[in-house]
Ligand binder design. Sequence first.
Ligand SMILES: [Zn+2]
Length: 841
Amino acid sequence: MKITITTLLLFFCLLGFAQDSIDLDYYLPQNITYDDNIPKPADIIGHEVGEWHVTHDKLMFYMQTLAEKSNRISIENRGSSFEGRPILLLTITSPKNHNNLEQIRAQHIALTDNGNTATPIENMPIIVYQGFSIHGNEASGANAGLAYAYYLAAAQGPEIDELLDNLVILMDPSYNPDGLQRFAYWANTNRSINLNSDNNEREYHEVWPGGRTNHYWFDMNRDWLPVQLPESRARIETFHKWLPNILTDHHEMVTNSTFFFQPGVPTRVHPLTPAMNQELTAQIGSYHAKALNKIGSLYYSEERYDDYYYGKGSTFPDVNGGIGILFEQASSRGHIQETENGILTFPFAIRNQFTTALSTIEAAKNMRVKILSYQQEFYRNMRTEASKSRTKAIVFGDSKDAAKAWHLAEILKRQKINFHELSADVTLRSKSYKKGHSYVVPMNQKNHRLIKSMFEKRTTFTDSLFYDISAWTFPLAFNVDYAEIESLTNAGPQITDFKPLTGSVSQQSGYAYLFEWHEYYTPRALNQILSKGLRAKVAKSPFTLENKTYDYGTIMIPVQNQVLNSNDLHIFLKEVAEDSKILITGVNTGLSQGIDLGSNDFDPVKKQKVALVVGSGIRPYDAGEIWHLFDTRYNMKITKIDKEYLNSVDLSSYTDIIIPRSSGKISNDKTVAKKLNDWVKAGGTLIGYGNMANWFSKHELMSLKFRKDTLEARDISFEQKSDFIGAQVTGGAIFEAEQDRSHPINFGYKNDKVSLFRNTNVYIEPDKDSYNNPIQYTSQPLQSGYISKENLELIKGSVPFKVQKLGKGRVVLFTDNTNFRAFWYGTNKFLMNAIFFGKIM
Ligand SMILES: [Zn+2]
């Protein structure tokens, strides 16, 4: 016992020497009494706020404890992150409101539904959604949440009582559980007792991929609109359930900065956002300014950040009648760092986050009626706008690919947008729409602007700078056919019970089975078939058999000479069809119009073993998108090989190696290039993305001709320099290309045009032989988004895809991202074609 106390004393002494002791009072407002029955963070997590980086499990444990102890707080678990961490939500309001919570919510929603409420607005609470650290390594937000939740649970007096009577606070303590955990581990394991502010200290140089992203290395603050990730799904569900008036998003930015709060750059607000939204944002901002003045913290607004892409947390609410607010705090990364503004400590960063969380709810309390009226007005205007819309509905679908259309409808469902079945098969503007493969979205409905923001194309802009992408037109991302129509005649019943798709085998066959390649999940099916050790072939030409036409890329599985007998094969293929939601047709003859099933125009397809190069220098987002695609969509194993040890790996068993876009140099590149060169020559397929074009070209893996701009700055002042350079960035826009459907890279595409997502300025000259340009940008390629005049000229007629034979193997290049943010379903098949059919290109 004695030893323990001595040890403890010694421990505290050491801490005392190591840094000025941190006290919870440092964060909390002065002259307030606190309820002794509410445990302080340190009582539960074993360290003071800001002393260590809180791990996600400790954070959750504290929040659960608060919910147990405080009648102001209820807690719910809304799902799990990829790594199985709970996605918790705290609802914080007065005990009185808690007893009436469902009624308060229903009334709040009624305000947006029809504008009529039983209670006058003056008596309604305002709804504030506060979320923290969506980028896991911007941890001051989540750590501030400890002190903030404590304050809300424990503060006493008329002020807090009044506040909680007038507010329902939805607190999302960690937007990104897996990222926060990863970062806490990094910062804590590198922390010294003697805190070291030297910028060169390892603590401030996280290893790849860092804690910013989620498990599959996605930037979750881009997923509020596409909702592809489990954490976003939980969040969007809560958002639509409550339609919060204010939503805050607490981030960190570079260490040598101060503090930012919105509004952002006034000229960079999305045109669908009402002007009043920005005015209210600025008024709320005056509360942050006042609070930060009081503690002497420097800050800025109306610079650098914008409110354009609705997939960001602070912009998404703006198209939904709410007000989104971005906070950016200079990051201490670890615990303490030297900066241009002096020593920046982690507690200081936390205190700014805490202070603005508090100024947010003070603003909400004081501006309550004004902001609720704004929301009421927003939806009133929307109803008028929606009822007057000339476009009555949008029809979208893919007559050959039910799954892709289904997944787009799934996003609508998550965004609480109503959609209908197609009443009957129909042809609109020369595209055919098939019932069950198509959906009808009426424009006259509540979330009218949200639909617009998802479906519209936009090519003119008031500014040429964008913080993120400038286009995200969903039907183009999915490469589905779509049409805006001026009546509702094609609309069948509204789909309220959105059922998963099914798959089947038409009949047992003693001869062969066929399936076309168009359906989204066909690569999953093919992989399953090949993994079973079955033989399959791909058709290089279309044919007609038993009155059914089969397109390029049709997969044929003969019955004879397989590892499964005829019965077992049928049973197995039924499982495959159901799992991949495809139709497999059993046929009784090999004699067709066109190529017969025994023709040499059917090429064998082999089981693929794929490696993905990852590690420092590679863009984690791009790598993560590929990993996620293989792992979660196609159930395919993919071996992640770090560049650090790539050189010592025996590559001979791999059929394909993918190198994503890189953000820096590939280190050790001569040796690596030589190794890859030998491996390709022996028969491998090497697939590179974006600026790997330069690397392939430099190391003679591929011969490429680049188009470069010859832009010179004329009459551009020094002050205008960064805007001038920024305007040449292609941050993310959508371009149209023509396809040669007979080329294996285009198998599974039914149209002769495709929409590609591009966020690079790599431009490649087409080959002189047209058959070597299976995908080529049209002469008017811009479909949606921003590109500079100069770059638009460069892209016209250039090619986003190249394949070249090298020895027995192939080198494949995509300049564009075919897997963007998990929602660019429309071009995923290009990568799969390169994997499965690379050999026959
Ligand atoms: Zn951030």
